[in-house]
Ligand binder design. Structure first.
Ligand code: EPU
Length: 289
């Protein structure tokens, strides 16, 4: 999985499948369900730590079967777009930005796929995916496609839950429909340049990482501030270290293992708790044995 995660660490999946079409995907998940074989959907692998011993069961990659961005409807006020879940989130942002559609610039520079961004309700201080999402199409293991309107999604900081009827863990996000406001293409582009510059200035963008490691606590100082104030910038274990640029990032300086990263996370949590009595919760998903 080191080849499929932005951290570039992690042991193998028991099986790794890239279905060619949505109908192949549908057959695959109904077969796996019928045989009670565990599976998980891989987005861009950009918010994921796979442990060094790998993942049991089947990992399914959607980048081939769920591709494409299309304009569904457009008028002088707004445009509705459908983006397939395996599509790159940056491609969607650039698609919108070039046409002067407003509302997705906040996501510029967030790595990963559209499906991953929906599942995690990706966001920054400038906005969240849930702000522009109108509905989500989900495939269930019986092969049924369900369209879930925005009003039925329970959105929160870094999470998006579906109604109970569509919330089975085996369900797969196929696409999202986004509604964006009409804007001036030059203004949208110049805002985009500023957002990307700020990101490069504040965050380590050249070394492998999984973005912010911990969620920001609901009140008080951010995770980055707490880790920084605890004196933990540049804290190293093996080939991993907390970034000198942004304390809430762990970067892989070349030969890190998942254990190195998990060890840093445990130490950071312990030291921040001892100093500030704040319990940091991981934002990244940790998988494997
Ligand atoms: N700060 C420090 N030391 C650091 C890093 C930050 O003191 O090492 C301080 C900054 O000076 C600032 C405050 O912490 O006063 C907040 O920093 P920043 O603006 O970088 O925002 P953040 O809360 O650390 C959040 C998201 C990021 C998102 C940025 C920009 C979380 C956990 N993080 O970071 O999301 O890109 O805002 O909007 O919500 C991610 O989810 O992977 C991610 C990177």
């Amino acid at each position: 999985m080191a080849r499929h995660t932005s951290f570039q660490v992690g042991g193998p999946a028991e099986a790794f499948v890239t279905p060619a079409t949505v109908s192949d995907l549908s057959m695959l998940i109904s077969g796996l369900n019928a045989r009670e074989i565990p599976y998980r959907i891989l987005g861009g692998g950009t918010n994921l730590i796979v442990r060094d011993n790998g993942i049991p069961g089947v990992v399914i990659r959607l980048q081939q079967c769920c591709r494409g961005i299309s304009i569904e409807s457009s008028n002088s006020a707004q445009t509705a777009l459908t983006a397939m879940s395996g599509e790159n989130l940056q491609k969607l942002c650039v698609f919108a930005m070039r046409r002067g559609f407003q509302g997705l610039n906040f996501a510029l520079g967030i790595p990963g796929t559209v499906g991953g961004a929906i599942r995690m309700n990706a966001g920054t201080a400038l906005g969240w995916i849930s702000d522009v999402l109108e509905s989500v199409v989900v495939l269930d293991p019986s092969g049924r496609m369900n369209t879930i309107p925005r009003a039925d999604l329970r959105v929160a900081y870094r999470s998006m839950a579906f109604p109970d009827t569509c919330n089975a863990p085996g369900n797969v996000i196929i696409s999202g429909r986004f509604v964006l406001k009409a804007g001036d293409a030059c203004a949208v582009k110049s805002e985009a340049r500023k957002i990307l510059q700020q990101r490069r200035h504040r965050q380590p963008t050249t070394l492998p990482s999984a973005g912010c490691i911990f969620k920001n606590p609901p009140t008080g100082k951010t995770a980055g501030e707490l880790i920084d104030l605890a004196g933990l910038k540049g804290y190293k274990v093996g080939g991993a270290e907390t970034s000198l640029k942004h304390a809430n990032f762990i970067v892989n300086t070349g030969r890190a293992t998942a254990s190195d990263i998990l060890m840093i996370m445990a130490q950071v949590r312990r030291i921040v708790y001892e100093k500030f009595q704040v319990s940091l919760e991981p934002e990244v998903i940790i998988e494997g044995e």
